[in-house]
Design a protein around this ligand. Structure first.
Ligand SMILES: NC(=O)c1ccc[n+]([C@@H]2O[C@H](COP(=O)([O-])OP(=O)(O)OC[C@H]3O[C@@H](n4cnc5c(N)ncnc54)[C@H](O)[C@@H]3O)[C@@H](O)[C@H]2O)c1
Ligand SMILES: [Zn+2]
Length: 696
């Protein structure tokens, strides 16, 4: 690029940034995602790094974003309220830390969460709230005192007899995600434009002309900074928080003071992995030099302190176009609308579909086909359409209408019970969509593990009419498969050219089916698609009722007595057996040789029953054991291997890639063992294991 091109591009990006800042800070209605905005900022910074003459004081890189709007009176902060510089990688963070420690001997780092809300400056005079202002351009903000008086957690008066004459406290106003969802629902119902995300809803709710509106919005506040505080020496930022807390201001419980840069990095990493465990949204972690003298030595730039840095996590929100809303009939007949979007990359993968759950959810979110929407994907959680970017509508968007009939079989859709939000296809036995989903589920590894029976095979079997329902599964013969192209191959040399021959896939399917007849009973329970029986609870059910006959004849009381079986599951099991064609599946499977029962557990000779009476849950993979192997190691010592964590679980063994069971173990405070602890449990028994268990 020539210098002129750079200059032109710089001017163009700077203008775009100013426009986006206006929409974000003044209108509370951004039209691009934070990630895209940050990318523009970084582009501008990169141009300025090459051409420092472009870095003039009025460049967006040198200013705190957001000129105060004329709607509110102007308030000059007692001390400037700055922004934060950002880093996006470990390398950048360590570079920043190196720069800081080169000039100053840092004794402690304050690590905290970066709350995704908007900054607020509070001034207390003689202990009374005198003014509250938004950040504005950092020097002058907007007077929102009347609105702030309606926020429950912000005290009108500070308490204690050591309150200084002037206390200027800074913090973040935010809205909890659940309050945001409820607010949007109400706005849409009232025919008003919804907010794109919790941050914008907090800003929009605070910056209201009528304080009664703010009062209705359940805004939250947490302090994260100090301005002017008269007459008190505050040694450190964390000391400041203690003082503010003592005077009755809300401070975060999530901050830590650590001695080294490595510790601070560990905090950043840990927070990144658990960023949804907090009551508010966070878009990063903030690391600050704790000591105030050291802060002063480091000073500030025109827009941010040099003694603090924001580590930004990869964005979980992007914007994309909602091209269509379609419906899908699921395994239990539930008909779910889902959004089809322009493919977009977020949190590590490309997303083009996102479930919208049901028709009322589509209404509640207020999205129209053709909208630009905010799409959110938090880690491995399924992607979610948060809401529309109303400011970008051009009038061509159309409302979506829930179909009245099943797209797969034409049956009229209806709620299962009156008042259900979901519509279902009532044709449970034969609806091809439901049957295909059941076959796929039945064949999964948690079910009967029939490898060949994937989507394609299920489709082929159904469209050839080879199955009326899954009851016919074990009656599939070579002749039947030979009529389906997917399972056949052409004749080879020396074979009858007219003959029909099974392909490798066809042969494998038959072999798989033979093996599947002897799977553990728990896997059959999953395969039968009994509602609410998944791989977690199935082993518990099978342990209590080791055959299909035992389960069918169990009374509600007997069922309810089993750990892990709640009232919903009791009802689901009993209901399942009342349906004729369900019992028919069992009969046909058994007639074809499938064994829906477990052998009574043999007590393995020679192994002392050290785990008798104990329930152990293994989650994640333990080196040296298969999933079943770890369970066997427990049962062969007289213990019970369970799939779900409850208050009665004695030990939770946590291996690599453990999932939600680990979180549940922590929540229920169950003793946790790692792979080594598991060996201790097996070899030395429960008392020794308790010694090495991590109390969660
Ligand atoms: N989508 C858009 O159009 C658009 C436009 C402008 C800005 N933005 C977004 O706004 C942000 C940039 O704005 P910014 O200048 O406020 O910078 P910033 O949000 O990255 O950092 C500064 C702010 O962080 C807040 N904060 C939260 N927790 C804090 C803590 N523990 N300690 C100190 N401060 C804390 C404070 O309000 C502070 O003013 C970016 O995330 C950007 O993507 C988006
Ligand atoms: Zn149907």
């Amino acid at each position: 690029m020539s210098t002129d091109d750079y200059r032109a591009r710089h001017a163009e990006v700077a203008q775009q940034i100013e426009d986006h800042r206006f929409r974000y800070y003044v209108s509370d209605a951004p039209t691009i995602s934070d990630g895209d905005f940050d990318a523009l900022m970084r582009e501008l910074e990169a141009i300025e790094a090459e051409h420092p003459d472009l870095r003039t004081p009025d460049s967006p890189t040198q200013k705190v974003g957001g000129a105060p709007s004329a709607t509110f009176a102007a308030v000059t902060h007692l001390r400037p309220l700055m922004s934060l510089d950002n880093v996006f990688s470990r390398e950048e963070f360590e570079k920043w830390a190196a720069r800081v420690t080169r000039d100053t001997e840092v004794t402690a780092w304050l690590c905290e969460l970066k709350i995704d809300g908007l900054a607020l400056d509070l001034v207390y005079r003689d202990g009374r709230l005198a003014s509250a202002a938004t950040r504005g351009d950092g020097r002058v903000g907007e007077d929102v005192t009347a609105n702030v008086r309606t926020i429950a957690s912000i005290p009108d008066r500070l308490h204690g007899d050591d309150v200084p004459a002037i206390v200027e406290a800074r913090g973040e106003v935010f809205m909890r995600p659940e309050d945001f969802a409820a607010l949007n629902e109400g706005l849409v119902a009232a025919g008003k434009a919804p907010f794109a995300n919790p941050r914008n809803s907090a800003a929009g709710s605070l910056r209201q002309k009528d304080p009664r509106v703010t009062a209705s919005r359940n805004l939250q506040f947490l302090c994260h900074g100090l301005g002017e505080v008269s007459g008190v020496t505050i040694d450190s930022q964390s000391h400041g928080y203690e003082l503010l807390k003592g005077w009755g201001l809300p401070t975060s419980s999530h901050y830590r003071v650590v001695p080294t840069v490595a510790d601070a990095w560990a905090f950043i990493e840990h927070t990144g992995e658990h960023r949804h465990a907090v009551e508010h949204e966070i878009d990063g972690a903030v690391i600050k030099v704790d000591d105030r003298e050291q802060q002063d030595q480091l000073g500030t730039t025109s827009r941010a302190p040099r003694w603090a840095i924001a580590y930004k996590y990869p964005p979980e929100e992007v914007t994309t176009k909602l091209l269509d809303i379609r419906v899908n009939t699921g395994r239990t007949g539930r008909v779910t609308p889902y959004g089809v979007m322009e493919p977009v990359f977020v949190s590590g993968s490309t997303v083009e579909n996102a479930t919208l759950h049901n028709a009322s959810e589509v209404k509640r979110k207020g999205v129209l086909i053709g909208d630009t929407v905010v799409l959110r994907k938090a880690g491995d959680v399924i992607p979610e359409i948060v809401g529309p970017v109303v400011a970008l509508r051009d009038g061509t968007e159309v409302e979506w209408v829930m179909p009245t009939h099943c797209a797969a079989c034409g049956s009229e859709l209806a709620p299962e019970k009156e008042g259900d939000a979901d519509l279902r296809c009532p044709n449970t036995r034969s609806c091809p969509a439901q049957l295909r989903e059941r076959l796929f589920h039945l064949a999964s590894r948690q079910g009967l593990d029939i490898e060949v029976l994937g989507w394609q095979a299920a489709d082929a079997l159904l469209s050839a009419g080879a199955l009326t329902d899954e009851g016919d599964l074990f009656d599939l013969t070579a002749e039947r498969l030979a009529a389906i192209p997917l399972f056949t191959r052409g004749a080879r040399k020396g074979e009858d050219p007219e003959g029909r021959y099974l392909s490798a896939n066809g042969e494998k399917l038959l072999a798989n089916l033979q093996e599947a007849k002897h799977r553990p009973f728990a896997r059959f329970l999953v395969a039968l698609s009994i509602r609410h029986i998944g791989k977690g609870v199935a082993p518990d059910v099978a342990a209590a009722f080791p055959s299909i006959e035992a389960l069918q004849t169990a009374t509600a009381d007997e069922l309810a007595a089993v750990e892990g079986i709640g009232p919903t599951l009791v009802a689901a099991i009993q209901e399942w057996f009342t349906v004729d064609w369900h019992r028919e599946i069992v009969r046909k499977w058994q007639a074809a040789g499938a064994v829906l029962a477990d052998e009574p557990a043999e007590v393995t000779e020679g192994l002392p029953q050290t785990l008798a009476g104990l329930t152990v849950v293994v989650t994640g993979s333990i080196p040296g054991y298969t999933r079943d192997g770890a369970g066997e190691a427990i049962t062969s010592r007289g213990g019970k291997s369970s799939g779900s964590v409850s208050a009665k679980t004695d030990f939770v063994v946590v291996g690599d890639n453990a999932g939600s069971k680990y979180d549940k173990a922590v929540a229920l405070k169950r003793p946790i063992l790692d792979a080594e602890g598991f060996e201790v449990l097996l070899n030395d028994g429960p008392d020794a294991a308790r010694e090495v268990a991590r109390d969660s």
